[in-house]
Design a protein around this ligand. Structure first.
Ligand code: NAP
Length: 349
């Protein structure tokens, strides 16, 4: 079966997903592109044999030519298109965040539960990254004993002027919230946000860098550095401290050069370079799941639980206080099945 995909949002990552789906990956063809920038949609569609451009996502979702939908527009626009895809009975890959608030994610959760089957995969691609998977297996096989602490850093070289203060949490920290839950197989129950001296090179409306402190159900504490004006490159770090040892992500570079009395290894320039293999795997997993008729991978529940933490972190950033995450019981539709590379551990997630 060749899955006919419609892509909503043809910006940076939308264009990259189109390139992957219509190039290297098998089993899919991009037949439709929608973007509020009509010229951009037209330009992308014109490079794909037989593809059609649409002015908005709703028309694309309704098209008989589209079997499955990929949403890669900005976060605040995801909710309506994901809900419409569910109403049309079409599987949908939604870039992270599922939506920027818990209330918006709840609408998606309610729609999917009413439909009674999983149709949504959220673009938390770190679960498909080789280094993160290796880190997770070391935790799962007990090599380092029970985890007690996580130290993580998310450093971007810079961000565009359009990047708002809350996006540090709703667009950036959400990846680290996701991997904390996934690595440990637990929900996050409370958070605090700490602010060191501001980076004077950051735009004046940003409190950058910041530390998110995440507390999990079993009492693991994760400190996450969010630093989006780090300047030198895209640097993603993660170390898990256990009762018997520690495990950390390896160096992201493929080569180390020694010469002139120095040792050098390149730092990735950006997320497209660092997570290229993960994007390949997540999309190929999604295409496989559409062919099977059932979404796998990061779910609506994951997107919803992450938004509960990001809402709490936004409140914590503004109050300076510890804020408890408000999360109901996990619904039966999202019960954990057999352990897979992208699902959580058997404990709670
Ligand atoms: P972008 O470059 O700004 O592209 C978004 C595109 O969507 C733009 O062409 C925009 O048009 C268009 N658009 C805006 N509203 C729309 C709507 N309602 N319907 C259809 N198109 C619409 O953004 P991006 O960096 O690609 O990010 C897109 C999404 O991917 C975000 O949710 C982001 O968080 C996520 N993302 C994920 C990763 C990852 O690692 N998983 C990495 C990057 C981005 P205008 O420019 O005219 O507004």
């Amino acid at each position: 079966m060749t899955v006919r995909v419609g892509v909503i949002g043809a910006g940076v990552i939308g264009a990259d997903h189109i390139r992957r789906l219509s190039g290297g990956l098998t089993g899919a063809v991009v037949v439709a592109v929608a973007d509020t920038d009509a010229e951009r949609a037209q330009r992308q569609a014109s490079e794909l044999p037989g593809a059609r451009a649409y002015g908005n996502g709703q028309e694309l979702i309704a098209s008989q030519d589209v079997d499955a939908v990929l949403v890669a527009s900005p976060g605040p626009t995801h909710e309506d298109d994901v809900v419409a895809s569910i109403a049309a009975g079409k599987q949908v890959f939604c870039e992270k965040p599922l939506a920027p608030t818990q209330a918006a994610c709840e609408r998606i959760l309610t729609a999917e539960m009413a439909c009674g089957r999983k149709l949504v995969q959220v673009g938390y691609m770190r679960r498909y990254d080789a280094a993160y998977r290796a880190l997770k297996s070391v935790i799962d096989d007990g090599t380092i004993g029970a985890p007690t602490l996580i130290h993580a850093a998310h450093r971007n070289p810079s961000v565009p002027d359009s990047y708002t203060a809350s996006m540090a949490i709703t667009d950036t920290a959400v990846h680290d919230i996701d991997v904390t839950r996934w690595l440990l197989g637990e929900e996050i129950v409370a958070t605090r946000v700490l602010r060191p001296r501001r980076n004077s090179l950051a735009a004046t409306h940003l409190a950058d860098p910041m530390i998110l402190l995440l507390e999990t159900e079993s009492g693991v504490l994760a400190d996450v550095e969010i630093n989006v004006n780090a300047g030198y490159g895209y640097d993603i770090r993660g170390e898990v401290v256990g009762e018997k040892g520690t495990a950390e992500l390896g160096d992201a570079s493929l080569v180390v050069v020694r010469g002139d009395g120095h040792q050098r290894s390149p730092v990735p320039a950006g997320w497209l370079e660092r997570f290229s293999g993960a994007y390949d795997l997540e999309l190929s997993d999604w295409i496989g799941s559409v062919a099977m008729g059932k979404a796998t991978g990061p779910s609506t529940w994951d997107g919803y639980a992450i938004s509960a933490v990001s809402d709490a972190a936004i409140a914590a950033a503004s109050s300076g206080e510890r804020v408890v995450v408000s999360l109901p019981e996990r619904p039966a539709l999202y019960a954990i099945g057999p352990l897979s590379a992208t699902s959580g551990r058997q404990r709670r997630q």
